[in-house]
Design a protein around this ligand. Structure first.
Ligand code: SAH
Length: 208
């Protein structure tokens, strides 16, 4: 199968399992997942599984990326913060749907590789930062959307909730359950969506 046919079939397979907007389905068709897959695992490029990317980390299952993306309910003018860039696949999908993406990663090597992929794909609206994502990225706050791509044991760090714009949405796996927070002028609306497995959020940056 030609590569673009494989990508179209892949995006369709995802959309059958996780309802997606037309724009989101297009993003899955446009961003070539093969660039995000470590060598040796090429045959699994269009599988729906999470795959190891080194440094003990994983590229999320495309179904998880689809689910998190649709829960965020992004709009094209949005500025989105992601915590846990990993391979960069989720950030790349978001970059096709919103104006600007900011993504933070605590493992430098993974971030370097993700940056190379963003360049190769000509994605110029993604800003990356090496650091502890628990602090968010105050210089660019407030964000219309915040996506936490690693699981949180206890509470969502307060700094991240503070960096969300009023009316903004934050999606995070908290204690094994995907939770969506919508910021109101006073407080938050909180919804529990479903259980799903994620890589944990750790503090500080990883040693080289
Ligand atoms: N979004 C990724 C999936 C990443 S898995 C993708 O599409 O491939 C979760 C990532 O969160 C891992 O790379 C892990 O290193 C990172 N992470 C964990 N704790 C973090 C923290 N405090 N700050 C930034 N990144 C963190």
């Amino acid at each position: 199968m030609a590569q673009n046919q494989a990508l179209t079939a892949f995006a369709q397979k995802i959309a059958e399992k996780t309802p997606l907007s037309r724009e989101a389905q297009n993003a899955f068709e446009t961003i070539d997942r093969s660039l995000f897959i470590p060598s040796g695992l090429e045959r699994l490029t269009y599988s729906l599984d999470a795959l190891p990317i080194g440094a003990g980390q994983w590229i999320s299952s495309p179904l998880t990326v689809a689910k998190m993306t649709s829960l965020l309910r992004v709009e094209s003018a949005d500025s989105v913060l992601e915590i846990g860039c990993g391979s960069g696949y989720q950030a790349a999908i978001l970059s096709k749907l919103v104006r600007r993406v900011f993504t933070v990663e605590r493992i430098e090597r993974l971030l370097r590789e993700a940056r190379t992929r963003f360049k190769a794909l000509d994605l110029h609206n993604i800003n990356t930062r090496f650091g502890d994502g628990s602090d968010g990225w105050p210089q660019y706050a407030p964000f219309d959307r915040v996506l936490i791509s690693c699981s949180i044991g206890g509470e969502v760090p307060k700094g991240l909730l503070d960096q969300l714009a009023i009316g903004g949405i934050l999606v995070a796996p908290v204690g094994g359950v995907i939770r969506r927070f919508t910021k109101r002028s006073l407080g938050f609306r909180e919804e529990d969506i479903e259980e799903r497995a994620f890589v944990p959020l750790l503090s500080g940056t990883a040693p080289n």
